[in-house]
Design a protein around this ligand. Structure first.
Ligand SMILES: [Zn+2]
Length: 296
């Protein structure tokens, strides 16, 4: 590689370092709440929601090798619903265009309303109130409800709001109203709609109206989004690391929110990677590169 290109790459890396990233993802493991499908005639007890087999975790001579084999149900943990989840013939996981998986993050905070009513549905008025404060929601936005529900994860009784974990009709958790979904799609042309709960449709919703309205229109959904308390209402770029699984209807998704390190106070350091270390390393690399030049 020519040194000029290396120099440009180092500068680019430093530029990335001027921002910080918030991880909006719960760690995926066997404790992820298990959404039951018994109401459709399945026996959810027969599902493999998560199974990790250790194939290797040992030295072979002087070479360490760790390998696992994993089987999981698509719609668990922090995950995306591909449009073909509720849209017949619509995009599968491998067919979602990359442009759809990157967008401005919009966080609608309804934590106070949900404290009064766990069955709360984000309304058109909530969206209008948000816009009057923060500006119009742009096309392609990744719009997430922050209901405070992520704090309950992964306890299934708290997450589903019920002790009857096989009976979805007893579930209580917030989501979006159908009118809000219609507005987001038709009047704002948003890219993705997400929630910090098990479903975009509230637990007590009459059917899966958000899924059934948005997904035939190629809109992916996000469920169990984490850490929304740590990002502002506007101004982040969200990136959805959805696996490119052929014919998949959903799957575990690493969600990042990139944001300018405006205050630089390092709050929530557990979830934020401060730019300062990267910047320092970059500065040292540039300095050593320039110094090496001067010697010749
Ligand atoms: Zn799902």
């Amino acid at each position: 590689m020519r040194m000029e290109y290396l120099f440009v790459l180092i500068l680019a890396a430093c530029n990335v370092g001027a921002r910080r990233v918030v991880d909006l993802t719960h760690t995926f493991d066997k404790n992820a709440p298990k959404y039951p499908l018994d109401f459709l005639g399945y026996d959810s007890d027969t599902f493999t929601y998560f199974n990790m087999t250790i194939l290797a975790d040992q030295f072979f001579g002087d070479m360490w090798l760790g390998i696992r084999q994993v089987e999981f149900y698509e719609h668990q943990g922090t995950h995306i619903d591909a449009p073909n989840h509720f849209g017949s013939g619509r995009q599968a996981m491998d067919e979602i265009p990359p442009e759809r998986l990157i967008g401005e993050g919009v966080v609608i905070d309804v934590r106070d309303k949900v404290k009064q009513n766990p069955d709360y549905a984000v309304s058109v008025q909530d969206i209008k109130d948000h816009e009057s404060k923060y500006g119009k929601i742009p096309p392609g936005a990744i719009v997430c409800m922050n209901s405070g529900w992520a704090d309950k994860y992964p306890d299934p009784v708290l997450v589903f709001g019920s002790n009857d974990l096989k009976n979805v009709s007893t579930f209580h958790f917030p989501g979006f109203s159908l009118d809000a979904c219609k507005m987001l799609l038709n009047e704002r042309q948003v890219g993705v709609v997400g929630v910090d709960t098990p479903s975009t449709d509230p637990g007590q919703a009459d059917g899966y109206y958000c899924h059934m309205y948005l997904q035939p229109n190629q809109v992916p959904l996000l469920e169990y989004v984490a850490n929304l308390d740590s990002v502002p209402a506007r101004g982040t770029t969200m990136v959805l690391g959805a696996m490119k699984m052929r014919d998949g209807t959903g799957g575990p998704t690493r969600i990042f929110a990139f944001m300018d390190d405006m205050d630089g106070d390092g709050t929530n350091t557990a979830n934020m990677y401060s730019s300062s270390v990267l910047s320092t390393v970059c500065s040292l690399m540039i300095a050593s590169y320039i110094t090496s030049f001067m010697h010749f």
